[in-house]
Design a protein. Structure first.
Length: 126
């Protein structure tokens, strides 16, 4: 169990939860993991949005980056919904293209979480 008193716990937790979702979703596409359709398609059911709503917005609502994170997160679930449909229809040509888009957005989310973390640390140190 992670210690919530550690500096930057919020961001570590958010990054880990997002990476865990991405790994589970990719494994699901390969038929190796069980994940609910809501976790894949709904931007309201995954643990990252639960962190955004419970911690991120409460603590960092004054920062533009948290709004960008919400938008990227919504885009991620839009693409994951397309991938789910394509995977069920064996539409492998589009699957590859949209999978690359999903990876790109996922990487942007991780980068944005890192940027937020750095910004918060800088504010704390000023």
């Amino acid at each position: 169990m992670l210690n919530r008193t550690l500096p930057n716990y919020d961001f570590l937790f958010a990054k880990l939860k997002h990476i865990d979702w991405r790994i589970r979703f990719c494994a699901f596409l390969e038929g190796k993991e069980c994940i609910t359709q809501d976790e894949i398609t709904s931007p309201h059911c995954c643990e990252l949005v639960q962190w955004i709503d419970a911690e991120g917005l409460k603590k960092y609502s004054n920062l533009q980056e948290i709004r960008e994170l919400e938008q990227l997160h919504s885009q991620l679930h839009d693409i994951s919904q397309k991938l789910l449909l394509q995977n069920s229809q064996s539409s492998k040509v589009f699957l590859s293209y949209d999978y690359e888009k999903l990876q790109n957005i996922s990487n942007q989310i991780i980068t944005l979480l890192k940027d937020l973390e750095q910004k918060i640390n800088q504010i704390k140190n000023d």
